[in-house]
Design a protein around this ligand. Structure first.
Ligand SMILES: NC(=O)c1ccc[n+]([C@@H]2O[C@H](COP(=O)([O-])OP(=O)(O)OC[C@H]3O[C@@H](n4cnc5c(N)ncnc54)[C@H](OP(=O)(O)O)[C@@H]3O)[C@@H](O)[C@H]2O)c1
Length: 246
């Protein structure tokens, strides 16, 4: 029970690696706040956690709306009284090439992938600072380090997430540690939406572990970063990618 008594917000936890993280955190004793837009999947995660003896609530809304961050933090405080851990995981793809991406699409991907994390950080950090301790884990990407054709908005947003994570670490320490996870190819609904693992086979071929990642591979690292096992790790963007292009 490495997170006993802790309260954790995990955004984008109705699916994929966020869901795996929410369930693992609850299994380790945390009271978990599940967020996303899909009510049915959110409730299913809450039900699974409760059935396993844990505590969870869900807060539904769209991460592109700044008011949603306030609702998440207010409901967390109302229900559980504090915030110890914030995992900024909710994210969306943007599949337009550079010359075609509209400002609307660009704005949306930044609102969901970056702005929501900033706003949640600004609202949660004072609570953590006051209690003298807290952890923020951001979900970046291998696309935080390198670019490929056709994902300009997504790649730019994930580069921004890396910079934001380092800025958070500098400005929120020493009470709050902030790190980011940079997943490689992880088999989730996001990957399925662009043709599944087959479409990203080059990522599997180009990593020494020769397999696609699973949501639990990310949840395990999020747990490590949320505990004092990682007490001397701060401001890092940690690749969890099976050694992709190592
Ligand atoms: N899968 C990969 O290979 C990979 C690689 C690198 C980085 N990542 C990053 O990992 C994170 C999790 O992705 P995943 O692969 O686990 O994808 P996923 O299974 O599609 O999960 C995405 C989660 O984000 C939520 N979300 C998306 N847009 C939202 C919005 N506008 N408002 C509120 N919630 C929203 C979804 O909730 P609802 O559907 O309920 O709205 C869902 O819970 C993302 O930040 C993604 O960019 C993924």
């Amino acid at each position: 029970m490495r997170l006993e008594g802790k309260v954790a917000i995990v955004t984008g936890s109705t699916s994929g690696m966020g869901r795996a993280t929410a369930k693992l955190f609850a299994q380790e004793g945390a009271k978990v706040v599940v967020t996303g837009r899909n009510a049915e999947r959110a409730q299913a995660v809450v039900d699974d956690i409760k059935a396993a003896g844990g505590e969870a609530i869900c807060v539904l809304g769209d991460a592109s709306d700044p008011a949603f961050a306030e609702e998440i933090v207010n409901k967390t405080i109302e229900q559980f009284g504090t915030i110890d851990i914030l995992v900024n995981n909710a994210g969306m793809l943007s599949m337009s090439p550079l010359m075609d991406v509209t400002l609307e699409e660009w704005d949306k991907v930044f609102r969901v992938n970056v702005d929501a994390a900033l706003r949640l950080c600004q609202l949660s950090a004072p609570v953590m600072k006051e209690k003298g301790k807290g952890v923020i884990v951001n979900v970046a990407s291998v696309a935080s380090f390198a670019a490929h054709h056709g994902f300009a908005g997504y790649i730019s947003s994930k580069h921004a997430m890396a910079g934001l994570s380092k800025s958070m670490a500098w400005e929120l320490g020493p009470e709050i540690r902030v790190n980011a996870i940079a997943p490689g190819c992880i088999h989730t609904a996001m990957v399925d939406s662009i043709g599944g693992v087959e479409a990203l086979q080059f990522m599997v071929d180009n990593c020494p572990v020769k397999r696609v990642g699973q949501p639990e591979d990310i949840a395990n690292v999020a747990l490590f970063l949320a505990t004092d096992d990682s007490a001397f790790i701060d401001g890092q963007v940690i690749k969890v990618d099976g050694g992709f292009e190592a």
